[in-house]
Design a protein around this ligand. Sequence first.
Ligand code: FES
Length: 273
Amino acid sequence: MFTIVNREEMAGGTVILNEIEAPRIAAKARPGQFLILKANENGERIPLTMAETDPEKGTVTVIYMVVGKSTELFRRLGVGDAYQDVIGPLGQPTHIEPGKNVVCVGGGTGVAVLHPIARGMKQAGCDVTSIIGSRNRDLLILEDKMRLASTDLHICTDDGSYGRKGFVTEVLKEKLEAGGVDQVVAIGPVPMMKFVSLMTREYGVPTMVSLNPIMIDGTGMCGGCRVTVGGETKFGCVDGPEFDGHQVDFDELILRLRAYTEQERCSHERCKW
Ligand code: FES
């Protein structure tokens, strides 16, 4: 169980795709839900939203960026190796309303989470304009899949090495100015989701974001994933991961995500790779 059956490296090896054998999860999972994975018995529990599920094959796919000790441990697992634990599907699935004009905005590895949502919306008859971005061309992922999942695709890079030079918010502003947008979905780095939400609030366009706070149990018991939404405490794992971007306290979320930065750095440095 939880054997890796396919592994791909993207973005120069900094982003990894793992297709994992997990038939019972694959049979139940829906777009927007997530898993918690552990590389080994003492490993940290890492939440990752599913990028793909294949109920017939009995597999689920996650795509993650290598950013610290635990994701470095994940990166060392090859095809035929297995995760110690994979728990899921967790969280609420994406609510899709058919026939809407939707703009999907994705940054970095958030594009992997955005892809099944954009595809599901297009299949439900929505007009899906997608805007995806990265720092440079090498870090851009899933362009071909996003093109298929969208009615119209725009690409931005910070350095102009591919697509339009600039941020995804610049293209989004043009779309909002043109009017006719029923909903925006934004998934990516927290500052990107914050600025998309600030912009769409000005235009009164409902905006959904997918949050990835620090998690432990993933079932609503520990409180580690607390986020403030509309002045109320919500749990990312059971109430989310998707929330109304206009209601999220992003500044608090950024502070909570940084809470263990020093411990994470020490733990990574102590590893003898
Ligand atoms: Fe423990 Fe959400 S991860 S309550």
